[in-house]
Design a binder for this molecule. Structure first.
Ligand code: MG
Length: 395
């Protein structure tokens, strides 16, 4: 099954940091919502996803590999929290999907969520590991009360808190047209399932839908960091889209201000460019690769020609072998290549004499002119200033 992914994370309107992270690295997708003072939340969520993304092939099946990844992430977050006083007590939620053919394997800890949107209906796949959810299950709170409860974000399970973590695990048979939404509680506390379902129905494009969800959650208050990852599943044959239209999704995106440069304006940040992300294997159809190559080469050629035309129209007066000289081009170098050549040398004008006069003291750096004529006028001006007879041009 072909997957199209869209993802967006945003700081929201009330928090000082974005402690959410997401991972989009086919066949692995995940969101994590970090917690803990100082920079703990940022570190916990991004570290957990980094570890998850690195789990190798040794575990038996895709589902087991996912759970193994989450256990390793738990160990690493816990170790890191114990080692660094600033990070003590940090933790994170994690909701992850690994796809294989027509199956989605899910694993989950905490109160981030996975939803299935199928034929217009939205179903929550994960169970919140929160105290209020437990109260609802035990009949001590209604769903409404739980949704507004001041303690609704108290988790009963999280990564990085204890050495052993219980991971919910299940799988799902996929159908063409299915969409999966992974999101943090910054989305679900602001928008109810009905509102989320409407947006998904309105926006078939995964990236447009992720953008809209975040936008609407901010409009509803944006009390917390908001993250949404959307996966759209299509049959391989359904290649109705023109080549090159779908954008290759970014790889690991840790939360802003932690491990990699991230735009602070809430735009989708830059993908990590570390070894882990770079080693991710992506299958690109050769036609798309060829198209991109052709585009890059064309842009390069146009840039070269434009630079050449520009440089050829520039003039300056400088120094050549100790004499004042007129150059065609610009007085700088790009990648070690000079961008000018000598047009005329004023054999009667030693540069050292000219440079002793204040107006021409920077002669060796080049004095730019708009035309050859203007450059020659500068040379004549230097002659006059040195009390020498004017000349039509250099020799
Ligand atoms: Mg949150």
């Amino acid at each position: 099954m072909r997957i199209r992914a869209g993802a967006k994370t945003d700081i929201g309107r009330a928090r000082k940091r974005n402690e959410d992270s997401f991972l989009v690295r086919e066949p692995l997708f995940a969101v994590a919502d970090g917690m803990g003072g100082h920079r703990g939340g940022n570190v916990a969520s991004s570290l957990a996803l980094e570890v998850l993304g690195q789990v190798g092939e040794e575990a038996s099946g895709p589902g087991d590999r996912l759970v193994e990844g989450i256990r390793q992430a738990n160990d690493r977050v816990l170790e890191r929290g114990e080692a660094d006083r600033d990070l003590r007590g940090m933790g994170t939620t994690i909701t992850a999907v690994r796809t294989s053919d027509r199956t989605a394997h899910l694993a989950h800890v905490g109160d981030s969520r996975a939803y299935l949107f199928r034929q217009g209906a939205l179903d929550q796949l994960t169970e919140d590991h929160t105290w209020v959810h437990r109260m609802v299950r035990e009949g001590k709170l209604t769903l409404e009360e739980a949704g507004k409860h001041p303690q609704r974000s108290i988790l009963t399970r999280a990564l990085g808190v204890e050495g052993d973590v219980e991971v919910d695990q299940f799988s799902l048979d996929l159908q063409p047209g299915d969409r999966l939404l992974l999101c943090t509680d910054g989305l679900t506390n602001m928008l109810d399932d009905e509102a989320i379902g409407h947006i998904l129905a309105d926006e078939p494009d995964p990236q447009a839908a992720a953008d809209r969800l975040v936008e609407e959650a901010n409009r509803a208050g944006g009390d917390d960091n908001i993250t949404a990852v959307i996966l759209g599943f299509e049959d391989e044959e359904d290649e109705k889209r023109p080549e090159g239209e779908d954008v290759v999704a970014p790889a690991v995106i840790p939360s802003p201000g932690t491990l990699s440069p991230v735009a602070s304006d809430g735009q989708t940040p830059f993908p990590r460019r570390d070894g882990a992300a770079a080693s991710a294997k992506r299958k690109l159809p050769w036609r798309r690769v060829a198209l991109w190559l052709a585009l890059v080469v064309s842009i390069g050629v146009v840039a070269l020609v434009a630079t050449r035309i520009y440089v050829d129209r520039q003039w300056y007066v400088g120094v050549s072998s100790g004499q004042v000289a007129v150059y065609r081009g610009i007085p700088s170098r790009i990648l070690g290549f000079g961008l000018s050549h000598v047009q005329e040398v004023a054999a009667d004008l030693p540069a050292s004499q000219a440079e002793q006069l204040q107006p021409w003291s920077t002669l060796s750096e080049g004095i730019t002119a708009n035309s050859l004529e203007a450059a020659r006028q500068i040379v004549n001006q230097i002659r006059q200033d040195l009390g020498l007879p004017a000349a039509g041009s250099g020799s």
